[in-house]
Ligand binder design. Structure first.
Ligand code: FRU
Length: 481
């Protein structure tokens, strides 16, 4: 089989298998990105930590593998911190990785440290720092961060998140458990993250806890839920009812997101794996498999007295904008296509729509070919935003892939705003300033590069449409050591 086209601006492994992002940390001018990696196969297997660095989060340099499996097992997901004050005794400003070792379902938490900007790593001789627990078969994915005067670790355990605290990264004491009775409980929770965010245009603050749900998520299979609440350094409490389920993304391909520790501008930036455990090992691939989402900047906003998560594409991505097409104040009737002359498989679209009373649906078709299309449309009757990838290209490798995913969306001031990114094997939709997102893998043929802006039943009024062709980001291979 030929390689699925390499994305132009999404991160992919140099070869073979990749899943979760790991160890996201900023240090000495570099953003580090580690990832779950099987370096010898395009299917999941003995997990290593692959590694790449970037100075601007757009262009990346691949580096040699950072962590290899050992007698304690595979190197599963985890995080990394800068130990500024040498709390662990590995040296001031050491980079410390905290990760799960997995062997026959014995899961322990372990440390490794680096004094050379993450180029080489030493595993701590006193590992594990947290032994396996009989009560939990799944006990993994430590996300560690600094809180005022101590370290905090969030750990996924069954359908719960355990919180631990430490002064030195080596000795951990359990401080609380979150999750009992809360929200999506169909399958195990994985890869937690916890971070504070400001509520836009107010001086309020909340904490957001995110967790992967392995199966049973909103678009089928794996997905990411989140909770909004408060954290006092030891205990997280959700401010919503226990039944509330909040999904971070309504597409099928946004899993195991992690945010960067130590971001120099104080922004909260995160990235997820664009796949789904239901079909991850079946998606078309020959030499590499797995991609990350666009990096997103998150914040909070109050809508009708409730706090919601907002996710926006990383502003630095604007650097890739090339040719620009713009329409303003334009009425569009059914059976016309304003975008008929445009063709690209790497682009960005921003559109703001209003409509007359007869419209039944309107939206965009991307990666359009003779027999292929992926549609993003607003259904007026249902007041839902939908993404239909049932005819997006290769879809028959798994039963649940050819699907329409949808989520409720209300107009704001009578308008729907869409911000869409299209790349070789994915689309991402940010609606109404990031209140709703969809991340979807697609596998169209390379020739399907058409675009359409369509309306059914009545006419739409476009405040503006901007289409940008995007230049590729640079992904530099590791130098042979
Ligand atoms: C999430 C996950 C983690 C685990 C890793 C193994 O996708 O299942 O819980 O650490 O992948 O690769």
């Amino acid at each position: 089989m030929v390689d699925s086209g390499r994305p132009a601006f999404h991160f992919t492994p140099p070869v073979n298998w990749m899943n979760d992002p790991n160890g996201l940390v900023y240090h000495n001018g570099e953003y580090h990105l580690f990832y779950q990696h099987h370096p010898e196969s395009i299917v999941w297997g003995p997990m290593h930590w692959g590694h790449a660095v970037s100075r601007d989060l757009v262009d990346w340099q691949h580096l040699p593998i950072a962590l290899h499996p050992d007698e304690r097992g595979m190197i599963f997901s985890g995080s990394a911190v800068v130990d500024k004050h040498n709390t662990a005794g590995f040296g001031a400003n050491a980079l410390v990785a905290i990760f799960t070792c997995h062997k026959d379902y014995v899961e322990t938490q372990n440390l490794a440290y680096s004094h050379d900007d993450g180029r080489t790593w030493t595993k701590y001789a006193g590992n594990p720092v947290l032994p396996a627990q009989d009560a939990y078969r799944n006990f993994r994915d430590p996300k560690v961060f600094w809180f005022e005067d101590h370290w905090v670790m969030c750990l996924a355990a069954g359908r719960q998140i355990l919180f631990y605290i430490s002064r030195d990264l080596k000795h951990w004491e359990q401080s609380s458990i979150f999750g009992d009775g809360h929200s999506a409980r169909d399958d195990v929770w994985e890869t937690p993250d916890l971070f504070p965010l400001s509520v836009e245009t107010s001086d309020e603050k909340r904490w957001v806890l995110t967790t992967g749900v392995w199966n049973g998520a909103i678009a089928g299979g794996s997905g990411t839920q989140y909770f909004i609440g408060h954290f006092d350094g030891r205990t997280f409490t959700s401010e919503r009812s226990a039944e509330t389920v909040l999904w971070m993304d309504h597409g099928a391909d946004f899993y195991a997101p992690q945010s960067w520790n130590n971001e120099p501008e104080g922004r909260r930036l995160l990235v997820g794996w664009m796949s789904n455990w239901q079909y991850a090992k079946l998606v078309p691939a020959s030499t590499w498999r797995g991609a990350f989402s666009l990096i997103r900047e998150v914040s909070l906003k109050k809508v009708h007295d409730e706090v919601h998560l907002l996710q926006r594409p990383l502003p630095e991505m604007q650097r890739l904008r090339a040719e620009h097409f713009r329409w303003q104040e334009k009425t569009v009737q059914p059976s016309t296509n304003l975008l008929a002359d445009l063709h690209a498989d790497s682009l960005e679209i921003l559109a703001t729509f209003a409509w007359d009373g007869n419209v039944s649906r309107f939206g965009l078709r991307v990666r359009l070919g003779e027999e292929e299309q992926t549609s993003i449309y607003y259904d007026m009757h249902e007041q839902k935003l939908c993404v239909d990838r049932s005819q997006s290209g290769q879809v028959d490798f798994h039963d649940m892939f050819a699907a329409v995913h949808s989520a409720p969306l209300l107009p704001i001031d009578g308008l729907i705003r869409l911000h869409v990114f299209v790349d070789a094997v994915s689309i991402e939709v940010f609606a109404n300033e990031g209140l709703l997102t969809f991340s979807e893998s697609i596998f169209p043929s390379q020739q399907s590069q058409g675009l359409e802006l369509f309306v059914e039943g009545g006419s739409i009024f476009l405040h503006s449409v901007d289409v940008f062709y995007l230049n590729p980001a640079r992904f530099q291979m590791a130098e042979k050591s």
